[in-house]
Ligand binder design. Structure first.
Ligand code: 3AM
Length: 179
């Protein structure tokens, strides 16, 4: 059996909301607790993944950070106004009816960083969503909700550690979007 590669960190880029927005999002994770089942994402872990990077070497991390330094996307409003459920991945999520051009530009710029830094590029299309509950038994019908407007002013590089009690995330670094 091969040894795990301890020099690699499991990383992703994400939008990481401030506590007030996290709490408003968490309301929806909790609201569905009984009927949806599964495990809710803890308030402090609520985030919107921009790109999952996988196992990253220290050199690749340096390269990714250098690319992130050059990002010149402007800050934008993200309006979370939909709740839904993917039965295949058993994920309960919030999303938006209107993905802004800035959000797409940011996700694509960070995705491009993967190939620049020698990582295998994510081929699945970017789908704006924020996970509320995992391994949910069922979910609500897709529907509109009272919008949560989140003014995104920065993005983050986050490390994901897997523990028996679930994933533990650590925000390593943040970059400000252009005001
Ligand atoms: O933010 P969400 O919950 O959508 O599912 C993982 C989580 O997504 C996803 O990256 C986010 C932070 O962990 N993820 C984990 N492993 C993945 C993989 N191998 C992955 N996404 C794509 N490929």
């Amino acid at each position: 059996m091969s040894e795990p590669d301890t020099t690699r960190q499991r990383l992703f880029f994400a939008l990481w909301p401030e506590a007030a927005v996290q709490q408003r999002i968490a309301y929806w994770a909790e609201q569905c607790a009984k009927s949806c089942g599964g495990k809710r994402v803890p308030d402090e872990n609520m985030h919107l993944t921009l790109v999952f990077l996988g196992g990253v070497t220290p050199e690749q991390r340096g390269c990714l950070e250098a690319v992130a330094d050059e990002v010149t996307v402007t800050s934008f409003d993200l309006t979370l106004d939909r709740i839904g459920y993917w039965s295949r991945s058993r994920t309960l999520w919030l999303s938006t009816s209107n993905t802004s051009p800035e959000l797409l530009e940011l996700a694509m710029a960070l995705r491009a960083a993967m190939s620049l830094c020698g990582l295998k590029v994510e081929e699945r299309p970017f789908r704006t969503h924020l996970t509320l509950r995992r391994r949910a038994h069922r979910g609500p019908r897709f529907r509109e909700i009272n919008p949560i407007v989140w003014h995104a002013t920065d993005f983050a590089l986050v490390a994901s550690e897997t523990h028996p009690e679930g994933a533990r995330y650590q925000v390593l670094r943040r970059w400000r979007l252009v005001a």
